[in-house]
Each structure stands twice: as C-alpha cells, then as structure tokens.
Write a protein that binds this ligand. Structure first.
Ligand SMILES: N[C@@H](CCC(=O)N[C@@H](CS)C(=O)NCC(=O)O)C(=O)O
Length: 243
C-alpha cells in the first residue's frame, strides 16, 4: 500500500504511529507529498497534487494494494487497526473506547486548528485575523490543563494517546521553531505547570512507533515526479481491479 503524507518529522504523526503499532510499517510505500506547495504556486505548480485520488487534495491519503483510496487520518487509522497484524489501538466498545476516541477528537482538533494558526501567520502580521488566536487559545489551555489531571492514570497506549502526541508535539514545534511568534502567547511552553503530562509525553516518545520517525530525516526521494508516478500507479491499479 502507498501512503501519501508530508515527510516532515519534527512532530509526531498519528497515522505513522498507528501504522507501526499495528504492524503495517514494512508494508507501506511512503510517498512524500507537499500539499501546500500546490497553493503557493511559485515553483511547484500542482506538482504534488493528489486530487486524482482525493478530491480534497489533502494528506494523509492511503491507497491499498487493490487501489482503494482511504483518506482522512481517522479513516486510515481505523483501516490499520481493523487489519492489524499486531496490537489494537482502538479499545473494544465500552467506556475505554469512548474515552480513547474522545481524546482522538481532542488531539485532532488541536492539531488541525494549530495548522490554521500557522497558515494565518503566513500572511503579514497586519493581516492576521486575531479572532483565530483569541478563540483557539482558551480551548488549548483548558484541554492541556484537563489532560494534566488525567495523564498520571494512563497505563495503556491507544489511538487517543497517538493523537495527543501528534497535537502536543506540533503545538511545541510551532512555539519553538516557527519564526513568527504567537501574538497572544509568544513564549508558550506546553510543559510549564504540567509535570504529569510532560512525564507521560517523555515516556511515550520512547515507543518504537514514535522513534520510527520523530526527529529523523526522511531518507527517500521527495521529488514531485515520484509523487506523480505513485498517483499514476494507483490509477492503473484501479483500472486493473475494475475489470
Ligand atoms: N481531517 C484531515 C485533515 C488533513 C489535513 O488538513 N491535511 C493538511 C496538511 S496538515 C493538508 O493536506 N492540507 C492541504 C490542503 O488543505 O489543501 C485528516 O485528519 O486527515
């Protein structure tokens, strides 16, 4: 199967963690895809476009060995889990599951809205929509403070935890390494005042599924031609399986 994704490993990817935990890592052909290069249009045009597979043009997008396309990180994680060759990331129906998928929703929303803040700051400061920052920060602070209360009791590692690693690592990355400082919390450090969450994070990132990619450079071909060849391969596979 092929996974179209941004090979940007300065933060943790929930889909990569889940692929690894469920024993699919070695079955995946990772296809570097940079969807935002399609938007700036400067040097890439639509070179990394995957709209022939996914109308949203978003990563992550998975294509199975029969050419079936699955997109949306939640759908991909569920596919990996249902077909797991190792452990399960989604607990059986019951309170533990609702808790896990609620944390999944929380982490995913924090990640996606943090991307929204980053995109806001691609513009000149005078064009930033302050409402974006003003509305999001109270949510993050409430969420992180709530997680601090829970973190000490987490013993398992489920899909909700993978999503939280994704969200928190990206929040931290944005705060520490992005050039444009946040207009409300310019020196934000998620660890401050949250020792239990911080300890949990440090232990969780030792998992092989996180070490598989976190802070490690992608070592394959990241070129647009490779991406387009992979798109063509999937389209050909789909024709073959439609016969
Ligand atoms: N809900 C989607 C969100 C994925 C998403 O927003 N991907 C971004 C990169 S982080 C993207 O591909 N953006 C390109 C675009 O919006 O055109 C998921 O969880 O997979």
């Amino acid at each position: 199967m092929k996974l179209f994704y941004s090979p940007f490993h300065s933060f943790i990817h929930k889909v990569l963690v889940t692929a690894h935990e469920c024993g699919h890592w070695d079955d995946i052909d990772f296809v570097p895809t940079f969807p935002f290069k399609n938007l700036d249009g400067e040097d890439q045009g639509d070179a990394y476009s995957i709209v022939a597979l996914n109308p949203l043009g978003k990563v992550p997008t998975l294509a199975t060995d029969t050419g079936q396309v699955i997109y949306g990180s939640q759908a991909i994680c569920e596919y990996f889990d249902v077909n797991s060759k190792a452990r399960k990331m989604y607990p059986a129906p019951g309170p533990a599951r609702w808790d896990a998928i609620t944390r999944l929703a929380l982490g995913d929303t924090i990640f996606e809205t943090t991307v929204q803040m980053v995109a806001e700051q691609w513009q000149e400061p005078e064009q930033w929509n302050m409402r974006v920052f003003e509305s999001l920060w109270p949510k993050y602070i409430r969420a992180l403070d709530g997680l601090e209360q829970q973190a000490g009791s987490w013993t398992d590692f489920d899909i909700g935890h993978a999503s939280l690693l994704h969200a928190i690592s990206y929040l931290g990355f944005r705060a520490e390494f992005y050039e444009a400082k946040d207009p409300i919390h310019p020196d934000f450090r998620w660890r401050d005042g949250r020792p239990a969450l911080s300890d949990w994070f440090d232990a969780a990132i030792e998992r092989p599924s996180v070490q598989s990619h976190y802070n490690k450079d992608f070592e394959g071909d990241t070129g647009a031609k490779r991406c387009q060849q992979a798109v063509q391969d999937i389209l050909a596979l789909q024709k073959e399986h439609a016969r």
